[in-house]
Design a protein around this ligand. Sequence first.
Ligand code: URA
Ligand code: SF4
Length: 281
Amino acid sequence: MAEAGRGNSTATASMKELEAQVKTCQLCRLSKTRTQSVPGQGNTRTEVMFIGEGPGYHEDKQGLPFVGAAGQFLNELLGIAGLARDTTYITNVVKCRPPNNRDPMPDEIAACAPYLERQIALINPRVIVTLGRYSMAKFFPGERISQIHGTARMVDGRLCVAMYHPAAGLHQASLADIIRDDFRKLPVYLEQSRKVAAPPIEVAEDRVEEAVEARESVVYEPSTGVVLEEPAPQIREEAAPTLQPTPQPEERGVASSTTPVGRSKRAPKKSDYKQASFFEL
Ligand code: URA
Ligand code: SF4
């Protein structure tokens, strides 16, 4: 494929390097309780990346994402979307299993964020599918999954689609068909994403830097992982335009107060304004 940052052998080599770093990472307390970390799995040439929450019991044992019951359902959903699993890339917000599958803490998410940002930059996917609350919060701050599931929004030049976590369909049978219907829309989203310019790689690289800075300078309350102090916000120049570059003032307000990652309480940046409105199929 022609687009920069997508599908070259350098990206594959760098991903292997990153996966090796994650394997030995000890940057947060989750390293103490994991069996092994779960960097991610798939094809760096993919146009579609899936981001879950964090490894569960089986993922922690096998070192691979979505291999338990939720993974079985995800496989079915990928089939519905017409995607072969090994043509996609699948990863999580945190790469190590939180004990007893508790929610990841804000400092753990921030510690792990540079890995995720780097994976996004290396793959430079056209479409990111968020699975569950924590990956949704990164791209759809302040939104509720019950309101936005199955819808998409341009963020940093790529189409982000909010999906229920597959496990939600296992716990609540009534959701399973809703999730299937949402995944049926994915081919259309992918088609739409191909009609706009490739995502600007510079923006993704900036995100990596921001995440590293946040990791190094954010101060946390040790027992809860709650953020006490954050780095000063930076203002960045406007990058490439997206589908609908109209500012959404109400989104900006929410964005600056609710994201649980390192960027959470910073002042809005110009890049935030590049979030286009939702569109539904
Ligand atoms: N749930 C997730 O969010 N990720 C996995 O890898 C497995 C289950
Ligand atoms: Fe490192 Fe992420 Fe694992 Fe924490 S969760 S130890 S930051 S790889």
